[in-house]
Design a protein. Sequence first.
Length: 249
Amino acid sequence: MAGHSKWSNIKHKKARMDEKRGKEYTKLAKELTIAARMGGGDPEMNSKLKLTIQKAKEINMPNDNINRAIKKGTGELESETYEEFIYEGYAPGGVAVILEIATDNRNRTASDIRHLFSKHGGNLGETGCVAWMFDRVGLVTVSSEKLADVDEFMLTALELGADDVREDEDLLEIISSVEDFMDLRDAIEKVATIEDADMVYLPKNIVEVNDEDTAMKVMKLIDVLEDHDDVQNVYANFSIPDEIMDKFE
C-alpha cells in the first residue's frame, strides 16, 4: 500500500490548484449524472449519488452545478449518454494500472488512452489482464495527526465494521467491503475528520520502482491519464521512494 497514499496526497494538492478545479468539476458532474441515471435522483435512496454529492461538496462544487448534473441523469435536462467501463494496462517497470472510464464516445476514448500508454512507455492490455491484482473495496482515509489516540481509533474503526486499518505515514486507511462502505463512512465521520472516502481498486501486491528514470515515466503516465477528460479514476500498484517522489511534486 506504500506509495498509494503519497500519490493520493499529490493528487489532493493538484486538485486544489485553480487550473485543475474546472476539470474536477467536469468529472464529478459526469459522475453525478451517471449515478442519478442508474439509481435515481434521491441521494437517500441512491448511495452512489449520495457519495458523489459529498465528494462534490468537498471541493466546493456549486450547488447549481450539482443539481444540474443530477437533473441530466434523471432526464429532466438533456444530456450526453455516457458509458462506464474499465481499462487495464501496464506502466513502465511492470506497474499494473486500472482506469475507470466514463465517455460518450468509446472509440475516441480507446484511441486516446492507447496512444497515451504507448507514448509514455506503457501498454493498454486486454480486459482482466491486471484486475486480479486488485481488490474492489471501500477506503476511508483519516489523518492520524488529528486523532487524540491513534490506537484507540483503530480499535473503534474495527468495531464499527472495518475489515482492516492500515497506517501509512500520517494517514490511517480504513478498509471495508463495498457493501459496508457507506455505513462505515457515516460512522467514521461521527468520530473523526475524513480526508477522503471512496470505493477504490486496492492493489494486493506492490511493485517497487527504485530506478529514478522508470519512476518518473510511471508518474508521468499516471499524470497524463488522470488529466484525460474521460478518465474518472486511476489506480496503480507502485511504490516509489520519497526522495524520487518529491522531485515530481
